[in-house]
Structure formats: C-alpha cells, structure tokens
Design a protein around this ligand. Structure first.
Ligand code: ADP
Ligand code: ADP
Length: 231
C-alpha cells in the first residue's frame, strides 16, 4: 500500500553534504507493524517524515496505493497528511492546559470533519485507548503513559491508514512502555504502523518486521516472527 522507490534526501550544510536517505527502496503492507532501528543520525526520522509528507526529498518516488505522488499538488499533500497519516512523538506534543477531549479534537482541525462528528470521533478514540472516564480532565493531571495514550487517540481519531511513531516510548518506564506497545500492536491490526525506536527488545517483542538503518540506507529487513517470509 506504501512504497518508497529510490528515495534520496541530502542535506547541504556549508561545504558538506549529509546523505540522510541514500537511495532507499522499501514497500509496506497494510496491517503491518514495522520497527525502525539504527544509530542516531542514520536517517530514521527523515524516512518517517518523508512517508508522512512532512519532508521533501531530492529524487525518487513515494507510491501510495499504487499511485505515484510525482504529480501531487500541495492540496493533494495536505489531504494525504490530514486524512491518511497519524503521527505520535516521544514528547507527546499535547496542550497541557486543555482537556483530553479538546486535544484530540484539535488534531482534526485541518481534516474537514464537521464539528459534531469531530467530538464523537474524539470521544470514541479516547475510549479506544482506555481514557474514556478521564476525557474532561486536563493534560497536566495525567501520567506520562496516559499522555502518550492521548497522543495516540489524537493520531487515530480520524482513522488514518498509516500511523507513524517516532520513539513513542522514549520517555516512559519499562512497564508503561510495554503497555503502550501493546496498544500500538493492537492498532496495527487495522492499519500500517511504522515506529522508530532505540529499544531493540521492544521492537523484537512487538513488531512484525524490523528494518535496521545505517548511514541513510536499509542494512537489514526481516520478519522475525514469520517462519516462511512472504515477499
Ligand atoms: P535519525 O532519526 O536516525 O537520528 P535523522 O533522520 O534525524 O536520523 O538524520 C539523518 C542525518 O541527516 C543526520 O546526519 C542528521 O544530522 C542530518 N539532518 C537531519 N535533519 C537535518 C537538517 N534539517 N539539516 C541538516 N542536516 C540534517
Ligand atoms: P532523532 O535522533 O530523534 O532523529 P535529531 O536530534 O537527529 O533527532 O533531530 C531532531 C531534529 O533536528 C530533526 O527534526 C532534524 O530535522 C533536525 N536536525 C538534525 N540534525 C540536524 C542538523 N545537522 N542541522 C539542522 N537540523 C538538524
């Protein structure tokens, strides 16, 4: 459903060139939980941002549902970002003085979903992540694990086909990290999930597929739980 074809992205700083993505080609299935591992600076976040339509690239093609994005206009990219992609981060990026419900609703500001429907979708998403009874609380009354659940609710409220996660457990203790991973694994049964992590144990325990990056390239791509890997 999603394919990167020979994606190159270079950063020019002064006289030096960093190859953030050095000819990356990879395809993802629907309902796949992919973990991206690799050292700091190897290109993981850049790939996530390219997939999410947040970063432009120098050459290559991003193919969505078999369709090239080469002819995408700004409005097509906006529609893709607002309706097909959900993003979660290590730092939650929530607004502390607002309620859970307001935070999740605000995630749909640019989606074009009518107001009444927005509220219902936000409530449904908060119930889905186990925070139904707390939806009118303020973010600053929550634990870190609960905050990440709110961020996940915000990311899935409009039911995107693709959920992108950049170090979602980076600020959480082991027990809470496992709870969050279980939730993300559950959500991957309905959509493609691609997660950057520095934690190989969590990746191996929960993900279907592990991609290891080094120097802007994919070094290894494996499905550790599958005895007879499909193409
Ligand atoms: P990772 O997520 O694996 O830590 P990144 O994708 O953040 O790696 O970065 C890949 C490479 O691109 C690194 O060398 C990083 O320093 C460089 N880079 C990322 N963003 C920028 C930027 N805005 N300007 C210049 N270099 C950048
Ligand atoms: P991570 O390792 O989690 O990917 P980084 O610290 O590499 O985080 O990058 C954080 C942000 O800083 C990214 O959005 C990236 O675009 C930007 N960045 C990374 N390296 C550089 C750089 N050399 N110059 C400018 N911006 C950079």
């Amino acid at each position: 459903m999603l394919q990167l074809k020979n994606i190159k992205k270079y950063y020019h700083v002064g006289d030096s060139i960093t190859k953030a993505l050095d000819n990356v080609s990879v395809a993802f299935r629907r309902q796949e939980f992919v973990a991206i591992l690799g050292p700091s600076g190897s290109g993981k976040t850049t790939m996530l941002n390219v997939i999410g339509g947040l970063d432009q690239y120098d050459s290559g093609d991003l193919i969505i549902d078999g369709k090239s994005t080469k002819s995408f206009k700004d409005s097509d990219w906006d529609a893709y970002r607002n309706n097909s992609i959900g993003f979660i981060f290590q730092s939650y990026n929530l607004i502390n003085h607002l309620s859970l419900l307001d935070n999740v609703e605000m995630g749909m500001t640019l989606s074009g979903v009518p107001a009444a429907e927005k509220k219902q979708k936000a409530k449904d998403a908060l119930v889905r992540v186990g925070l139904g009874p707390h939806m009118n609380k303020k973010i600053n009354q929550l634990s870190g694990g609960q905050m990440q659940r709110v961020a996940i609710a915000r990311a899935i409220a409009n039911d995107p086909e693709i959920l992108l996660a950049d170090e979602p457990t980076g600020a959480l203790d082991t027990e809470t990290s496992n709870e969050i991973m279980q939730l993300i694994q559950e959500l991957s049964k309905e959509r493609l999930v691609i997660m950057v992590t520095h934690n190989p144990d969590l990746a191996h325990e929960y993900a279907d597929r592990i991609i290891e990056f080094a120097d802007g390239q994919i070094q290894h791509d494996s499905r550790p739980h599958e005895e007879h890997p499909k193409a």
